[in-house]
Structures are given as C-alpha cells and as structure tokens.
Design a protein around this ligand. Structure first.
Ligand SMILES: Nc1nc2c(ncn2[C@@H]2O[C@H](COP(=O)(O)OP(=O)(O)OP(=O)(O)O)[C@@H](O)[C@H]2O)c(=O)[nH]1
Ligand SMILES: [Mg+2]
Length: 448
C-alpha cells in the first residue's frame, strides 16, 4: 500500500511564542477584541485579570496593565488547549470598542510577555496544529473577503471542509488504484490477469470523471472569488455609459448626446445572481485628434486586454462596422442598444438587443454575461476555489491523462498516479512548501 509522504506541518519549526493582536477592525465599535494564543496565555491572564478564567465561560473581568491600573472592563473568554481555534491556549478579551482602549489593552498584553501577531498567524497555527487543512484556512480569509452572498456561501462550504473532503475522496480513490497497480507490478507481465488491466482502466476512468467534476466546480468558484471583469466597448455615443448606469442601477457615469463624453475608464462593482462582477465603462473607440480623448482610448485598450467578457455595443438604429480592435482572448457579446428607437430590429444570432433607456433586454444581457464568463448556475454547490487550487487540479488531471496513455507500462502508470496524488496534496497543504504557506498567510488580516 503506497503511503503518503509526511505532511509539511510536522516538519516546519513551530513557533512557541505567545502572540496577541486586535481582532476587531480599527476605529470605534461596540466591542473591541484582543486575542492571545500560545503557551504563556495562563500567565499573562494572571497578570492582566488576576486569574485565569474557567475555560469556555464568559467571565466578567477588569483588565489591568502592569502597574495594576484598570484599562477597561469586559468579558474574558479562555479556551484551553487543544479545544481552541489555534489548538493552543487562547484568551479573548472583549472590551469597549474604542481605538485608545483597545490599543492600551494590546500594549498591556505585550508588556505581559506576548508579541504582536503577524497577519494570519492565528490561522497559520490552527493549520500547523492540524485544526484546519490549508484549503480550509484559505476559506477563512475568503469568507472575510467575499464580495457577494454567493461567494460567502461557497467560502463557508469550503471552510466546513466540503472542498477538502472532495479532494480527499479523490486521493483515496487514487490510493486504491495505486495499490491495485503495485500489486500487478509484483508479477511478470504474462501472469497479470487481463481482468486486472481492465479493472485498473475502469477505475482510472472513474477517478478522471470525479476529478473533472471537482475541477468544474472549482473553476466556477474561482470566478466567485475574483469576480468577472466585464468591459463595455464600442463607438462613441452608442450608449455604453447608459448601459453601465442601467446595470449598476444608479446614475454613475455621465451621459450626454455628445460623442466622446467618456474619457476615463469607470469601474462599478455589481452582482448578477450573487456573482460579483466589475463593469468597466470606457471611452468610445474612434480615430480622434483630441489629446484627452486619445488618452482615454488608450485606456480602453488596456481595459480590453484585461477583460473576461467584452460587451461590444452597437446601435440598433443603424448599421455599424464591427469593432476590429477587440482582444482575441476574451469572450465577446454583441449588444445592440437603443432598440426602443427601432421596434422592428431583430438581433443577429448570439447577439442581444437592449434598451438602456427602457431596460428592455437587460435580463437577457445579464444572463448572457454569466454564460460568457463560464458561470453555469446549475444550482449545484460550487467550491470557492483559488487559482492555486484550480492549477493543482489541472496538474492532477494532466497526470491522469498521462496515466491513461501508459497502460502497457505499469511502472509509469503508477508513477503518474503518485504525481496526481501529490498535486492534490498541495491543495489541502499535505505537501505544501513553507514559502508558499508564508505567502498564503501573509495576505490574511492581523488578528485572524
Ligand atoms: N433612445 C435611447 N437613447 C439612448 C439609449 N442609450 C443611450 N441613449 C442616448 O444616447 C446618447 C449617448 O449615450 P451615452 O451613454 O453617453 O453613450 P456612450 O457610448 O457612453 O458615449 P461616449 O461616452 O461618448 O463614448 C445619450 O443621449 C443617451 O441618452 C437607449 O437605449 N435609447
Ligand atoms: Mg460614455
């Protein structure tokens, strides 16, 4: 039975300092929380509160500095190891949420022997202590950062371990298949039962199917995380800014009958069916001698290069040449605006007819945007995956494809399975290098 390499969480040096940070946002608030984690927590608690509170019991206490002066009073919550977020002794002090009070409380914790936590250090410890795997730890940050309800729901699913469970299910299928293959390797070719070959091929097919499913859900989830970049482009005066205002539901961009109104690119975050989207309005594309307009058009081109979806806007009222300067990579939807002025107009196949003035066709346009971006709202749960996860899944998929080609040479077949297994292990953090961990946690907030 092939065994997994030792996880990196056992190998790295585990820092045993006691860390402290303000866990609530800066500024005024109802409550300000200072959080501590580490072996010195009981001692620090004695100094600050005069006692260590009973674990998991909200305890009213006066918070004091080293000179014994009262700084604030509030609720102290103590979690004994290993039954805490980090797996270490944790103390949470909930005081009055003023910046001065909370800062003074943090300073008292540092005086009492804690050091200031780095961003994400609490969650990093939770990971190192085996409380969370890496995908779950990342979901903590993604939940905090989520830009839409749908993103938050998916992040929570990942945090609760649904995504990790799907990855582990794939891994255990791979381990079974590796065991079967390695059993075959022990026999000379002629003795290996043809049945075994077929069984291995059948199982490989099944694993590939499951992996494709997880990959599809992760790609969708990664859209939720990053948002979809939609750029409005077209000749001057076709109604790009009016469409932006319609999509945003607010008068954000200036609209006038003068061609060449928009100069700067204007971005507006919106949501369609809970999916976060950034819509960018741009300067109309035309040959211009006006310097400001020319600079605007250069910006349009830069925005276009970054677009996930381009809305190429035309007027339904007259024939216009197609836009020739669109980037080849992005999905493009042809949008014919002002259909209120051309009642007989029928959009060509694949295009959408709309009126920014009346709102006609806007629902169809919203649907087309999600479709063009690859969002298939199947109602099925997606995983709020990161680019890193999608890449690892694609890598695993590549190895499984290679394995499928190696069915005469079982050593190679087995090796590709091992590589696929390792690629998946990157997602949950089984085999993740320390510098990558550093990079991941550095993007967290302080106090998380
Ligand atoms: N009847 C009608 N007029 C529209 C519609 N959409 C835009 N307009 C008008 O068309 C003119 C130009 O609209 P804008 O939204 O400024 O057009 P634009 O593409 O942003 O133009 P530039 O910024 O100059 O490139 C304005 O007078 C709008 O009121 C529409 O759906 N129907
Ligand atoms: Mg405009």
């Amino acid at each position: 039975m092939p065994s997994a390499e030792p996880p990196s969480r056992d190998s790295g040096p585990v820092s045993r300092d006691t860390i402290a940070a303000i866990a609530t946002p800066a500024g005024r608030g109802g409550i300000g929380v200072v959080r501590l984690s580490g072996p010195a927590v009981p001692g620090i608690s004695e100094k600050l509160l005069g006692a260590l509170p009973e674990p998991r019991r909200a305890t009213h206490a006066v918070f004091r500095n080293a000179r014994g002066e009262a700084l604030d009073e509030g609720i102290a919550l103590y979690f004994a190891a290993p039954h805490s977020y980090t797996g270490e002794p944790v103390l949470e002090l909930q005081g009055h949420g003023g910046p001065m009070v909370t800062q003074a409380l943090l300073a008292a914790c540092l005086d009492a022997g804690a050091r200031l936590a780095e961003p994400g250090e609490f969650t990093r410890r939770a990971f190192l202590e085996g409380k969370l795997d890496l995908a779950q730890a990342e979901a903590v940050a993604d939940l905090i950062d989520s830009a839409s309800q749908e993103a938050a729901r998916s992040a929570l699913r990942s945090l609760s371990g649904e995504f990790s469970a799907a990855i582990r299910a794939l891994q255990s299928q791979l381990i079974e298949l590796r065991a079967l293959t390695e059993a075959m390797l022990d026999f000379p070719e002629e003795e290996v039962d043809a049945l075994h070959h077929d069984a291995a091929a059948g199982r490989l097919g099944k694993v590939r199917g499951t992996l494709d499913d997880v990959l599809a859900k992760s790609r969708q989830g990664s859209l939720l995380r990053t948002g979809i970049h939609v750029v409005l482009a077209g000749r001057p005066n076709v109604g790009k800014s009016s469409l932006l205002n319609r999509l945003a539901g607010e008068e954000r961009a200036i609209v006038t009958p003068v061609p060449g109104t928009t100069r700067d690119a204007l971005r507006e975050p919106i949501q369609i069916d809970g999916v976060p989207i950034v819509v960018v309005d741009t300067a109309g594309l035309r040959a211009s001698t006006d310097m400001v307009e020319r600079l605007g058009i250069e910006r349009t081109q830069r925005e276009l290069a970054r677009a996930d979806v381009v809305l190429a806007v035309f007027e339904a009222t007259r024939n216009q040449d197609p836009l020739d300067d669109l980037p080849p990579g992005a999905a493009c939807i042809e949008v014919f605006n002002k259909i209120d002025l051309a009642p007989a107009f029928r959009p060509p196949a694949g295009a959408v007819g709309v009126s920014a003035k009346t709102g006609a066709g806007l629902d169809q346009l919203r649907k087309a945007i999600l479709e063009a971006a690859g969002w298939a709202s199947s109602g099925e749960s997606v995983f709020l995956a990161r680019e890193r996860h999608v890449r690892a899944l694609e890598q695993a998929r590549g190895h499984l494809e290679a394995a499928a080609r190696e069915r005469r040479r079982w050593e190679f077949f087995a090796e590709e399975l091992r590589l696929a297994h390792a690629a998946l292990g990157n997602i949950t953090g089984e085999f993740t290098a320390d510098d990558l961990l550093g990079e991941i946690f550095a993007r967290f907030c302080i106090g998380k």
